[in-house]
Design a protein around this ligand. Structure first.
Ligand SMILES: Nc1ncnc2c1ncn2[C@@H]1O[C@H](COP(=O)(O)OP(=O)(O)OP(=O)(O)O)[C@@H](O)[C@H]1O
Length: 277
């Protein structure tokens, strides 16, 4: 009998937290995601970049189960999305342009507390006030707990929504353009919280148009173009020459786009370009 040798060495790589394999998403006749493979491991801070319409939000929505794949698989924290065993309480999600207006005037603390409710649990857990306070403190809004949402700036409202995701004390945080159009203090507060979270071993996947305040923090960038991954590795470096708004971008055709290449990022609009060799 032939015995297959297997290594008894424990793997030193952190375990995968997000696993996407051959993911395709269609919407009507549109083929939006065209075979995405992506593994994010525990403790990574990954930026998902790409031009408008490249599929970033669709990928994130497929990850959290709000968009159904037409083909392929998604696993979160080791559980397949299709098997309905994902521990959602360990996952924080901030959707793109999440509306803070509910029709009912709510305070920041109430909005954050709603993050402690889940599909199966309609009551707040013991100690919820302290958790809400900690989450608001995390985004620099400890003093605004009892402020009504509508009196907060757009950036502060967005920070409250981030606190709503943080109040679960998640192991994984998925954010879709959390700082788009928000004021500078909110961007800085956001970067500071991500830094603390990553320091605690939380895995972060964040859709961004530009790395901005997160430049030093993000260790890996995944760039989408036309529904495909065209770069997965070191974050693109901003280049001074691209600062000009008038700068023209080259968008290669699909065939060229399949070839991964080193990229630089236009800091103005977040689009990426291949480095001239
Ligand atoms: N439900 C839908 N029906 C039809 N087309 C859709 C649907 N959702 C997304 N799309 C299209 O799929 C493409 C990818 O959209 P998606 O929002 O994922 O891109 P994105 O990279 O997040 O863009 P942005 O940076 O502008 O947010 C776009 O062309 C969009 O118009």
């Amino acid at each position: 009998m032939r015995v297959t040798e297997r290594s008894t060495e424990p793997s030193t790589r952190p375990e995968p937290v997000i696993e996407v394999e051959r993911l395709h998403v269609h919407a009507g006749a549109s083929h939006i995601l065209r075979g995405i493979d992506l593994t994010v491991r525990k403790g990574e801070a990954v930026a998902l970049l790409g031009a408008n319409g490249s599929g970033k939000s669709t990928l994130v929505r497929a990850l959290v189960g709000t968009v159904a794949p037409s083909h392929g698989t998604v696993r979160l924290l080791g559980a397949g999305l299709d098997a309905d065993r994902v521990p959602w309480e360990r996952i924080g999600y901030v959707p793109q342009r999440a509306g803070a207006r509910t029709g009912v005037p709510s305070t920041a603390a109430e909005v954050v507390a709603s993050g402690l409710l889940s599909g199966r649990r309609w009551w707040l857990p013991r100690g919820w006030r302290a958790r809400v306070r900690t989450a608001l403190d995390e985004v620099g809004l400890a003093d605004r707990a009892s402020s009504a949402m509508h009196v907060l700036s757009g950036g502060q409202q967005q920070r409250v929504l981030i606190a709503r995701a943080l109040v679960r004390d998640p192991d994984v945080l998925v954010l879709d353009e959390p700082v788009a159009g928000v004021d500078r203090p909110s961007q800085e507060a956001f970067a500071a919280s991500v830094r603390r979270l990553v320091g605690r071993g939380v895995t972060v996947l964040v859709v961004l148009h530009e790395l901005g305040e997160l430049t030093e923090l993000v260790t890996r960038a995944v760039v989408l173009r036309h529904g495909r991954v065209v770069h997965d590795g070191a974050p693109p470096r901003p280049r001074a020459a691209h600062d000009a708004v008038s700068h023209r971008h080259v968008h290669p055709h699909d065939d060229e786009a399949r070839r991964p290449a080193p990229l630089t990022q236009n800091p103005v609009n977040g689009s990426t370009e291949e480095v001239a060799s």
